[in-house]
Design a protein around this ligand. Structure first.
Ligand code: ADP
Length: 359
């Protein structure tokens, strides 16, 4: 019922440990002059550009058109920047006159608490704070309902030659497990639209991958870390079953190429001398991914849930991890558990937060 809606602009923000995610709803239906002026002002800066300074990006490929929120029609825009730039963002928001346009901004993630006072003081904006996991579930459900191409899986995770991304029909979703891989990891069991619990977590997450990779290779961005990993071979870093057995460990059906010990070869001087930073990046990625995969499998088994949805920006531009997770879930559960992935990766919290405005 559009009459009861808050005034534009509508933003949702998720200020995480590494990345701040901003979702903006741009209406395309006409609702009077005041609103048109606000929308035009925001378009001039936000939706006309795809890059903001050196570190802000709009993920144009994720833009969703013809979305209906609170009875209004329009587009959803997806923007991200490093959380370390929050103060610059606040300054920019002030300069672009956001405070004159917006009265409140819905925010979630730890930064909603950390930066609340700064928003209030600098821009005179009140942050309406919402819980990040409530927002994540809400956003995930909304995006899934509005995009029939959102959910996908890998058709043949055990055979790289024939493996491909396939759209998954998630219209009957419950129950499912959500594994949110951000800086750290949170695992939720979702049984219904308003019925979920946080069942586990891990501090070994995307932030660990990036941190260790920077230490081991001297790289300084996530993009660089992923690029290095793409070119590396983790087998030169890890100790494999065949390094120990000379082949397979047949009695327990453990193939020779299986990792027995992540980074297990790096205590040998000569092995160390032969690895490249690409190999180290790949091994870091594989170690973190496999650890998350194994925690996810145990949680799914404990909860008696078969479908596991992996989200979070650790999966951004990272097919290596997605394919590895799909493989691990399939192989170790003998085909019982299924790994699912979502196109909007790390934006669900911000979307769920925007939707809170309508409540
Ligand atoms: P958080 O809410 O904790 O910031 P995200 O879901 O945004 O979590 O994921 C953060 C993780 O995503 C990082 O730890 C890193 O592994 C990965 N990542 C993807 N893109 C970037 C990027 N441009 N900069 C930094 N980390 C990125």
């Amino acid at each position: 019922v559009s009459g009861d809606n808050p005034s534009m602009p509508w933003f949702g923000m998720d200020i995480g440990g590494t990345l701040a995610k901003l979702v903006y709803f741009e209406p395309c239906d006409d609702h009077g002059r005041d609103e048109a002026e606000t929308v035009t002002n925001i378009r001039k800066y936000l939706t006309r550009n795809a890059a903001y300074g050196k570190t802000g990006h709009r993920d144009v490929h994720l833009q969703m058109d013809q979305v209906c929120i609170g009875g209004r029609h329009g587009s959803l825009h997806f923007i991200r920047f490093p959380t370390t730039e929050m103060s610059e963002f606040v300054t920019l928001a002030k300069r672009k006159g956001l405070a004159q346009m917006a009265h409140t901004i819905c925010a979630t993630g730890g930064g909603a608490y950390k930066y609340e006072a700064e928003f209030q003081k600098e821009v005179n904006l009140v942050l309406h704070k919402f819980d990040e996991l409530d927002s994540l579930i809400r956003g995930l459900q909304f995006i899934e309902e509005n995009n029939d191409q959102e959910v996908f899986y890998y058709s043949n995770p055990r055979d790289p030659a024939t493996n491909s991304k396939v759209v998954y029909d998630f219209s009957d979703p419950y129950p499912f497990l959500v594994v949110n891989i951000g800086s750290g990891v949170s695992i939720l069991a979702v049984h219904g639209p308003e019925n979920y619990s946080r069942v586990s977590g891990s501090s070994l997450g995307g932030g660990t991958f990036l941190g260790l990779c920077c230490l081991l290779t001297g790289c300084s961005t996530y993009e660089e870390a992923i690029e290095l990993a793409e070119k590396g071979d983790s087998h030169r870093v890890d100790k494999l079953v065949k390094d120990i057995y000379g082949g397979d460990y047949e009695r327990f059906e453990l193939p020779g190429d299986l990792v027995a010990s992540s980074f297990g070869n790096m205590h040998c001087v000569d092995r160390r001398a032969n690895v490249t930073k690409e190999d180290l990046a790949r091994a870091t990625l594989v170690t973190i991914t496999n650890n998350i995969g194994s925690i996810a499998r145990m949680c799914a088994k404990n909860e008696g849930i078969e479908r596991v949805v992996f989200v979070g920006n650790f999966l951004r531009i990272n097919p290596i991890s997605m394919e590895l997770l799909a493989y691990a879930m399939d192989f170790w559960s003998a085909g019982h558990q299924k790994a699912l992935f979502l196109e909007h990766e790390g934006y669900f919290g911000a979307v769920g937060c925007l939707l809170e405005l309508m409540k």
